[in-house]
Design a protein around this ligand. Sequence first.
Ligand code: SF4
Length: 349
Amino acid sequence: MVRWELIDHARYSYWGGLRAVVVQFSRGCPHLCNYCGQRGFWTRWRHRDPVKFAKELARLRREHGVQVINFADENPTVSKKAWRIFLEALIAEAVDLILVGSTRADDIVRDADILHLYKKAGWQRFLLGMENTDEATLALIHKGATTAADREAIRLLRRHGILSMATWVVGFEEKRDRDHWRGLRQLLSYDPDQIQMLYVTPHRWTPYFRLAADRRVIQLDRRRWDYKHQVLATRHMPPWRVLLWFKFTEMVLQSRPKALYRTFLQPDRGLRHAMRWYSQMGRRVWPYEIFHFLRDPMTEHGPTVEQFWGAPQDDEEEAMVASRPVRSVRDSGAPHPPPPMTAPQVTAT
Ligand code: SF4
């Protein structure tokens, strides 16, 4: 039971100044993406009682004036059955809430027949952890996704009036200009509403760390190992060029005519507000990131990842994975770093 009354809700906002909380319907994720820092924490996917959870969210609206619910789940939609019960229970409460969170594209495709319930319950945006549009890179990181499902998920969300934010990861060792160019063109063809660019960042307890162990570290400040700074050298490009692609991709995706239409002219007022708020944040982040890139020099001849962090720690992780019951990928979903938020990080487990 979460003691929501202990929080001064007026102090926490998100989604452009709306009163907000962070909740968690479930913990864990059955997928095996080898870079993921989350799954080592929660060994088994489990979820709260969907009806009680819906009632709790409704109480937050009625008793505390909360307007936005930000799901911090790694992967809330793993069980279609539980998720549907939750959506129907929340719809029955008839509260006016905005729901935002992350999930996997293949879960959205799986749930094509109940996406109207997502919308009716209040879902306004999903972050879809796509990471890349290159099948070889998706295989390298064991994403278990397909580009076809990623594309279809965005289309389905749009059809149901829900925004999609695609995450996109750069900094893989062998990428060249032509790979970035191809990626940008593929992203454009996916046509997500929003983009969140990240840098590949190996965590010591994940299998991906082993793959990256010999790569050169260029960011020696550990506080900057936060996905938003390039930390590893790439073989064919200096960091300034990676940053250039990073920023160029963001700029093209967020300022193309379709994005501008969705930001300023689309008929749905709520979605317009969400798009405008996101682009306002982007405009503030842009100069900040470029300024810090110029001000804080990176090292050119740093240690390898293993020298910097120590030996891999994924043995325990591997043992845990081996002892996990096998699940069908069709019965699962998932995400990534949740978007930044100023509401309290309270989990509702
Ligand atoms: S689907 Fe998302 S939460 Fe699950 S393992 Fe992959 S990155 Fe992690």
